[in-house]
Design a protein around this ligand. Structure first.
Ligand code: SF4
Length: 570
């Protein structure tokens, strides 16, 4: 067992992780998120995505995960060096104490404890140049999604793409988040429908080997219920349930926004009957009009009903609620957690379990943008909620604690985050800049989406109205123009800097292979664009004597290709 009976997270870390090194995290070896649509990957959802080498996967399909970049980060972790791309965890660990007075526990412990001690010993003693088969994999086939959440962007949602194509890029955003909202991120969908996607091909080439050891395959998106490939995977489980050696053991999970119409939710409930271990992941963090404001496309009542249908009629082994903690959700987060408690009372402590994930990008939507008095208010409300949970100490029908200790620890961590972390992440823009962008973004969001910030968030209105912003004197000419106004296309050249921050370095006209400026969109001329990757900790020369080094630079996971632009993880 990964965790010994009664062992706390800190005890586990001292026993298993610390003896390997001060910066070891099993997620670098055994976990991955892979965006097959455009060929990007990351070890978990905190570090920025980096490119998959299109050449390498022709001969080694496992390189959709075992990239050179990850191998380098693995070596650093074994050496006890902190990869900068994992800043999210170091930030948590560098806080003195959590609100219970304990050494703070970061995700690298939560993402290591899920694997067996044997697997951890195996990877910690293997050569870092070796390829490793994944145990847990999150994969996206495309970006089709009917939602356009405020903290998402066009790289992950076709509804966001529509917003940008119809209305143009968001104007006057000045902080690092600018690059997320100024064009429709065409690099995220670089293949025509009739063109074979080499990353999807590599996935299926690797699948016979991968499926034998994989413990969890989780589909994200876009919205998985809108993807034919996902229904194809449900068919694979139906057809292989009795013949494949691992089909019954493997957890199959989808990250759904649960916003589909009831008929599709019923279809999903039926499809889960053929999967032995089906897990449902969804996201939510605020209720009612506030939830609908943050997660554009959400119908709160429908969403609650869909959750109940799947808990009642689906063959669900686990229901996981991934809360994305942004500035706006804190206003009704305790009401949302109360809804979670009611679900647990009816369907058991597992339905749902919840995790608390603090939003990092776009940084102006982070809780750190809020003024101290609101942070203190939310801090106190959350603390009171957690105290209530601890006082009541409720258990479900099977005698399990309604709120597991690790769930309580996550809330504790958020309470502490709201209290002691007074500054934004390293090298992000200062508070004034974040406030400026918060205001200019939501003013435009309201107009485009037919929403009303002041109506949705009465407790924030006074602060919101006090936020200073500088109106544009001239329309920006370096962002995508609205439909009907695009004479010359422009796109942003983005880079992920050494702090993991996505920056727009340069804005260029879109040109075709002959160097001519492209008119209209979308265009085949954009197909060469690639996602960015973290530049940190690279020593390009290290690979300089490798065959085809120069050819591999573009789009490879070694070094930075100055002609490629990109976008890090959310
Ligand atoms: S960000 Fe944290 S959990 Fe993710 S790979 Fe890095 S150390 Fe592990």
């Amino acid at each position: 067992m990964p965790r010994k009976d009664g062992e706390s997270d800190n005890e586990y870390r001292s026993r298993v992780i610390d003896p390997i090194s001060d910066s070891f995290c099993a997620a670098k070896w055994l976990n991955a998120t892979i965006w097959l649509g455009h060929g990007g990957t990351a070890s978990c959802h905190h570090p920025p995505a980096h490119n998959i080498d299109k050449e390498e996967i022709k001969t080694n399909p496992s390189a959709i995960h075992n990239t050179r970049h990850k191998k380098k980060m693995r070596q650093m972790m074994l050496d006890g060096t902190r990869p900068k791309e994992c800043e999210y965890c170091w930030k948590i660990e560098d806080m003195e104490k959590d609100s219970d007075g304990n050494r703070p526990v970061s995700d690298r412990t939560f993402k290591t404890v899920i694997y067996s001690d044997e697997d951890i010993e195996r990877i910690a003693t293997a050569d870092t140049s070796d390829d490793v088969n994944l145990k847990t994999l999150e994969i996206a086939f495309d970006r089709t999604c009917q939602f356009a959440c405020s903290y998402c962007n066009p790289a992950f949602s076709t509804t966001w793409v529509k917003d940008i194509r119809n209305n143009g890029g968001y104007e006057n955003i000045k902080s690092d988040a600018r690059g997320h909202f100024i064009d429709d991120a065409p690099y995220a969908d670089p293949f025509d429908k009739d063109e074979e996607n080499p990353y999807v091909k590599a996935f299926w080439d690797w699948w016979p080997e991968l499926s034998l050891e994989l413990e969890e395959l989780r589909i994200t998106g876009g919205e998985p219920t809108m993807s034919d490939s996902v229904w194809g995977l449900f068919d694979w489980f139906k057809e292989n349930a009795d013949t494949h050696p691992n089909a019954k053991n493997m957890r199959f999970a989808i990250n759904s926004n649960l916003g589909a119409k009831p008929a599709l939710i019923q279809k999903l409930a039926e499809a889960t009957q053929h999967v032995n271990k089906f897990h449902l992941y969804s996201s939510g963090e605020a209720v009612g009009i506030q939830g609908e404001y943050i997660r554009d496309g959400l119908d709160w009542n429908q969403w609650k009903q869909n959750s109940v249908i799947l808990c009642r009629e689906g063959n669900i082994a686990g229901f996981h609620m991934m809360m994305t903690i942004n500035a706006l959700c804190l206003d009704t987060i305790t009401e949302f957690l109360d809804w979670v408690l009611n679900m647990k009372r009816e369907f058991g402590s597992q339905n749902p379990r919840f995790s608390v994930n603090i939003l990092r990008f776009p940084s102006f939507q982070s809780p750190l943008t809020l003024p101290d008095h609101l942070r203190t208010l939310y801090h106190n409300e959350l603390k009171a909620w957690l105290n209530g949970v601890r006082d009541r100490n409720e258990h479900d029908q099977k005698g399990q604690p309604l709120v597991a200790p690790w769930e309580q620890e996550q809330v504790t961590r958020l309470i502490e985050y709201l209290d002691v972390v007074k500054t934004p992440h390293r090298n992000t823009a200062d508070r004034k800049l974040l406030e400026h962008d918060f205001r200019v973004f939501y003013e435009q969001y309201d107009k485009r989406r037919g929403k009303d910030f002041r109506k949705a968030f009465p407790r924030l209105v006074e602060w919101y109205d006090s936020l200073e912003f500088t109106p544009l004197e001239e329309p920006e000419d370096d962002i995508q123009k609205p439909k009907g106004h695009r004479e010359v296309e422009v796109y942003a050249h983005r880079e992920v800097n050494e702090d993991g921050v996505v920056e727009v370095k340069e804005v260029r006209n879109r040109t075709n292979s002959a160097g001519e400026v492209v008119h209209g969109t979308p265009s085949k001329a954009l197909k060469g664009r690639k996602t960015g990757e973290s530049q940190d900790d690279y020593d390009d020369e290290k690979y300089a004597d490798e065959p085809d080094y120069k050819k591999k630079r573009a789009g490879s996971s070694i070094g930075w290709d100055p002609d490629a632009d990109g976008l890090g993880g959310q």
